[in-house]
Design a protein around this ligand. Sequence first.
Ligand SMILES: Nc1ccn([C@@H]2O[C@H](COP(=O)(O)OP(=O)(O)OP(=O)(O)O)[C@@H](O)[C@H]2O)c(=O)n1
Ligand SMILES: C/C(=C\CO)CCC[C@H](C)CCC[C@H](C)CCCC(C)C
Length: 308
Amino acid sequence: MASLAITPFAARRPLPVYQNLESFPFAFQPLTLKRRFSVEVCGSSFLWWSKRPRRARNHVCSSFLVGSAGKDALCTAAGFAGAYAWIRIFDLLGEKNVLEQKLSRKLIHVSTGLLYVMLWPFFSASPWSRFFALAIPMANATRLAVNGFGLLKDEGFVKSISREGTAGELLRGPFYYALVLSCCTVCFWRDSPVGMTAIAIMCGGDGIADIVGRRIGGIKLPHNTRKSWAGSISMFVFGFALSVCFLYYFSTSGYYLVDWTSAIWNVALISFVATVVESLPISGFLDDNISVPLASVILGLALFSTSM
Ligand SMILES: Nc1ccn([C@@H]2O[C@H](COP(=O)(O)OP(=O)(O)OP(=O)(O)O)[C@@H](O)[C@H]2O)c(=O)n1
Ligand SMILES: C/C(=C\CO)CCC[C@H](C)CCC[C@H](C)CCCC(C)C
């Protein structure tokens, strides 16, 4: 099994969170640092937290939670608006014939999940923040279901998300996609590399395989003549590169420490296995948006388990 690759700061040192946040490279930094004491208390470990006198603890934490709830609500609202606007842009580009429907759909597949994960560090250190983040893919899953079942008819939305322009399609690949983002948010959130690696490979890797495979094509795979070497190699390369970018992004934001030598090997192995799974002729009964993240999560749990 792999050696210690990634260690959450909280597991190593009792009070590191504000130090991590000092290297936080984003616009929300002043807001976070003003609440330094609160962040230390709630964002570190409950063990340390429970050693505080009860009255002081309640006071600090209730003010922290109220402040963080406002910040989290703002991030959730930005996510709702961002997702709506982003899909609308692709809808307009499709309408104006700037992008063909298949490419527009794949660009949405590649970009939305990656942008969603990039939003995670903007949420507060509250233990509830992941549930605020969860509201974003859940709201989009609801939008897909409502349109997919025909309860609402948003033609632009259906056109930019579906392959053939039929509403029923939204209930398959796109719906699974939103569910996978939701599950990774709840189960892994930002102090684990497992979920973000699975998302990077599902969004970036699998999406790019389609874009490159359709355009370059060329020699087909021996075990699946619908897929090409060009598609699979680009899936491996982009899945790997985007996963490494996420590890860098979240480690420099202070969520965990990375031992790069073993982390790179772990991510390469996960990307390779996910690429092999994507290449198998099984998408008729198991959608790529389930098989690829499932394989990545299982392997990620095994490889990163010593350091969780
Ligand atoms: N490893 C891969 C993956 C995809 N492709 C290309 O991308 C197309 C779409 O692949 P895929 O996404 O697996 O097909 P669908 O499931 O039909 O599409 P979607 O994921 O958009 O639902 C394939 O026909 C093929 O031309 C490829 O060449 N090599
Ligand atoms: C076409 C898709 C998958 C088919 O393989 C992707 C569907 C995307 C969903 C409709 C929208 C998902 C939105 C994200 C959860 C949030 C993005 C937020 C960000 C700020 C843009």
